[in-house]
Design a protein around this ligand. Structure first.
Ligand code: NAD
Length: 544
């Protein structure tokens, strides 16, 4: 049966086929195969001369998907050579030209969603609706930077040391070639979106996506070229991070990394050695506070999305819920009921509420965290079991109660569909507990009193805080920065910070008429006195 028969008429361009019967009622596992020409068109983009390949298979059913060519250190060097040539020409293009390409990318991504969603789901196992979030996020990011390029990048006039006589221009110069190292959990948007402001600012990109989700990242690269960006402006290498990370960092002018805190620290050290900047988007153990005046039904619905989107394999997903005593029982009853009603599945269909974990490693962590918690006295309110009947690495959406600090999942990121609920009596105590630990990525507050919730947000040590939503309001609002405090990261994506990180600030000061020194044979002491007088006058005039 072909993809077009399985309800996705334009999926993977109609180029993948299922080699087994797809009847979710009797056999919820479908077996999908990508056509070799489709795979080759993608993998040909990888700079690779090693002749080595690594097989990847789908977490839906462990069926092989592709053999991914691997890059060597020399291939990384070649990737940077190409990118540097392309960047030199790209830096001379107008903002209008770059913006037009970003807007074409926006349209292409929306036009090609059936194909994109098929590929993301095949490669990552996530629910189709969560794959859609990725396409939407790329489109939002492309449109935002296309429309705001001038605001962020135009030369700005600044005040000069001598008003009127010193003209100061603040330029934004592209860094050059940006290295992007991305994870597997949101394989399209994590591989692509951070690079769009880099292109808008006049940079080239060399990217190393995670080995498990190369095909989606390569489709993103293909769409970028189709949108009109020169092919060598976005160059892809493939291989293990611990082998290719150093050669990439050694050649980059800036590193954008998304992944675990442990790897982020390694990358930060290497960037420090070279004195290049980096942004690090890392892990989290994200809290939700449900205050006593919360809309309980809204909070329960939001908690399901916040905890189980992409089966919890989301940097900003919720793993800890602190619920006010007054609404605790009602909230837990609704949250558990909604969780138990979720449609679980490992198919390409829209009806699936939660898909599978991506790998055995991810499944092992979820199992270990839940088994450890239960052995130490926690109660499973929902889920708690692996579901090999659905897919090899499937784990149920799981709610735990009675989690204590000795349990692994108390402070460690599960990065899976496991959330703990805690009762609180006092808001100050809830805020302190939400702020425990080393992370500080995303928080959320449910309350009917927006002003009070926003005031509380300032005390939550997280880079984004959502009110009456789990994570999507902040993450989707591209005009404002997103990133982590403490061990959740350094630097920010999105907003002006998300593009300025890819530029060097340059100040050009033009001096007219008077020197910044004694003029007309004036003595140094007299000049100093005049300076003091003018400094006092400028303060009186209210100048900055
Ligand atoms: P990871 O750090 O193991 O891998 C991420 C990327 O880094 C991969 O491409 C990998 O190949 C590469 N890598 C691994 N070792 C490297 C090294 N020594 N040098 C250079 N590159 C190296 O992370 P993961 O487990 O794949 O991803 C999950 C983690 O990412 C979670 O902790 C999650 O919270 C975090 N994450 C954060 C965000 C965010 O925006 N803050 C988004 C997504 C994921």
């Amino acid at each position: 049966m072909s993809a077009s028969e399985s309800g996705h008429p334009e999926g993977v361009g109609g180029r993948h086929v299922a080699d087994g019967p797809h009847d979710p009622e009797h056999d919820p596992r479908a077996s999908y195969v990508l056509e070799p020409e489709y795979v080759a068109a993608l993998t040909d983009r990888i700079v690779s001369t090693t002749g080595r390949t690594v097989p990847v298979s789908s977490p839906l059913d462990e069926a092989p998907l592709a053999n991914i060519p691997q890059s060597s250190e020399e291939d990384v060097a070649e990737a940077f050579r190409r990118a540097r040539v392309a960047q030199a020409a790209w830096a001379r293009t107008s903002l209008e030209e770059r913006s037009a390409a970003l807007l074409r990318l926006h349209d292409l991504v929306l036009d090609r969603t059936p194909e994109i969603l098929d590929l993301i789901t095949l490669e990552s196992g996530k629910a189709r609706k969560h794959a859609y979030d990725e396409a939407a996020h790329v489109a939002l990011t492309a449109r935002y930077y296309a429309r705001t390029g001038h605001k962020h990048l135009d030369t700005q006039r600044r005040s000069g040391v001598i008003p009127v006589l010193t003209r100061v221009d603040h330029n934004r110069i592209p860094k050059g070639v940006v290295g992007i190292i991305s994870p597997w959990n949101y394989p399209l948007t994590m591989a692509i979106s951070d690079g769009l402001p880099a292109l808008m600012a006049g940079n080239a990109v060399v990217t190393k996506p995670d080995a498990q989700t190369m095909l989606t990242a390569l489709l993103g690269a293909q769409l970028i070229e189709e949108a009109g960006f020169p092919r060598d402006l976005w160059v892809v290498v493939a291989g293990p991070g611990r082998e290719l990370g150093t050669p990439i960092i050694e050649r980059s002018d800036y590193i954008c990394f998304t992944g675990s805190t442990a790897t982020g620290k390694i990358i930060a050290r290497q960037c420090a050695e070279r004195l290049i900047g980096c942004s690090l988007e890392l892990g989290g153990k994200n809290p939700i506070l449900v205050l006593r005046d919360a809309d309980v039904e809204l909070a329960a619905e939001g908690a399901v999305r916040a905890s189980f989107s992409n089966a919890g394999q989301l940097c900003v997903s919720t793993e800890r819920m602190f619920v006010a005593d007054q609404v605790y029982d009602r909230f837990v009853e609704r949250f558990v009921a909604r969780t138990k009603a979720m449609t679980l599945g490992a198919t390409l269909d829209w009806e699936v509420d939660m898909g599978t974990l991506i790998s055995k490693d991810q499944l092992d962590t979820a199992v270990a965290h839940v088994e450890d918690a239960v052995a130490k006295g926690a109660t499973v309110l929902a889920g708690g079991r692996a579901r090999p009947d659905l897919a090899p690495y499937f784990f149920e959406p799981t709610i735990l109660e009675g989690v204590t600090p000795e349990m692994t999942c108390f402070g460690n990121e599960t990065f899976g569909p496991v959330v703990s609920v805690y009762r609180f009596h006092d808001e100050a105590d809830a805020i302190a507990r939400a702020n425990e630990g080393e992370y500080g990525l995303n928080g959320s507050i449910y309350s009917r009193d927006g002003d009070r919730a926003r005031a509380i947000a300032k005390h939550i040590k997280c880079g984004t805080v959502n009110i009456n939503e789990g994570f999507a309001s902040a993450f989707g609002s591209i005009d404002s920065p997103m990133g982590g405090m403490r061990e959740s990261g350094m630097g920010r994506r999105q907003g002006s910070e998300g593009i300025h990180r890819y530029t060097e600030s340059q100040t050009v000061a033009t001096q007219r008429l008077l020197k910044i020194a004694p003029n007309f044979g004036m003595k140094a002491e007299t000049h100093a006195k005049l300076m003091t007088l003018s400094l006092r006058a400028l303060k009186k005039l209210g100048r900055a």
